[in-house]
Design a protein around this ligand. Structure first.
Ligand code: NAD
Length: 286
């Protein structure tokens, strides 16, 4: 049987989530995605209207199939957590069962089990503010959407993950080195995500034989990255200073995710894997 993957954080064809979906599909996996509720309508209608068809082409010429798109808001674990104003919001009231627990239940009902869980989402409302100017709410929101969201997804999906399965998240070097401009507590959120990768690798490995790894990716001009406001500078910096002086493609991150999710990586867990043209290894810019 082919493997089944659930990829949280796909809302267009520009980000890492989409590229990971493609690499997993090319390797024969069935693809389910979780799309942020406010982005759901435009993503589904664009898919239907063929707007992504060119980006859906796999190496063998066929088109990637997304078996099902689930609405998801990973900052809410169950309906009791959802504030009234969000419930009443038109974009949210138009969909249902989009909290983490409900999505896991729906996937269980629809498909029974999965093999691969991918977390490719982050959000920090104050990302453009320096940490010294970040509010408590902004900081906690960054951690909730970007770090706890992974704990929650793994917690709720692990009961339906087949032993031998794998989970993968996406992190950024701002967790361990100073990257001015990656503010709002997003650097803190990535540090938490990486630390949690270790502890979750232990707990999920011992209890369920599930591997937990994270990919520290170099800069990509995704929708989320453009919102931060310094992505072009980061891409130029990498081109100038990294050991490999080429633009990083989302496909390179997708292929690493496919490797980490596969039996080829059966002894790799609790790892931060750099996919950044080697930039992390530099001590000075040259
Ligand atoms: P992206 O915009 O393609 O992906 C982010 C996704 O998160 C979007 O689809 C957005 O709708 C979704 N999202 C936000 N809040 C959500 C919520 N509460 N519930 C569910 N979904 C939510 O951008 P990307 O850059 O590909 O980001 C994917 C991951 O890669 C993130 O973890 C990001 O931090 C990481 N990353 C990105 C870069 C980069 O340069 N782009 C570098 C390193 C790591």
């Amino acid at each position: 049987r082919g493997k089944r993957a659930f990829i949280a954080g796909v809302a267009d064809d520009n980000g890492y989530g989409w590229a990971i979906a493609k690499s997993l599909a090319a390797a024969g996996a069935e693809i389910l995605v979780g799309t942020w509720v406010p982005a759901l309508n435009i993503f589904e209608s664009s898919l239907r209207r063929g707007k992504f068809d060119e980006s859906r082409i796999l190496p063998d010429g066929s088109l990637m199939e997304i078996t099902k798109v689930y609405p998801l808001d990973a900052v809410y674990d169950n309906p009791d957590d959802v504030p009234e104003d969000v419930k009443a919001n038109k974009r949210y009231s138009g969909s249902s069962k989009w909290t983490v627990q409900e999505v896991a239940e729906s996937v269980k009902q629809d498909f029974g089990s999965i093999d691969i869980l991918v977390h490719s989402l982050a959000n920090g409302p104050e990302v453009s503010k320096p940490l010294l100017e970040t509010s408590r709410n902004g900081y906690l929101a960054a951690i909730s959407a970007s770090s706890y969201s992974f704990v929650s997804l793994l917690k709720h999906f692990i009961p339906i993950m087949n032993p031998g399965g794998a989970s993968i998240s996406l992190t950024y070097i701002a967790s361990e080195r100073i990257i001015p401009g990656y503010g709002g507590g997003m650097s803190s959120a990535k540090a938490a995500l990486e630390s949690d990768t270790l502890v979750l690798a232990f707990e999920a490995g011992r209890k369920h034989r599930i591997r937990v790894n994270t990919i520290s990716a170099g800069p990509l001009r995704s929708r989320a990255a453009k919102a931060i406001g310094f992505i072009d500078m980061m891409i130029d910096y990498s081109l100038e200073n990294a050991p490999l002086q080429k633009e990083l493609t989302a496909e390179e991150v997708g292929n690493t995710a496919a490797f980490l999710a596969s039996p080829l990586a059966s002894a790799i867990t609790g790892a931060v894997v750099y996919v950044d043209n080697g930039l992390n290894a530099m001590g000075v810019g040259v």
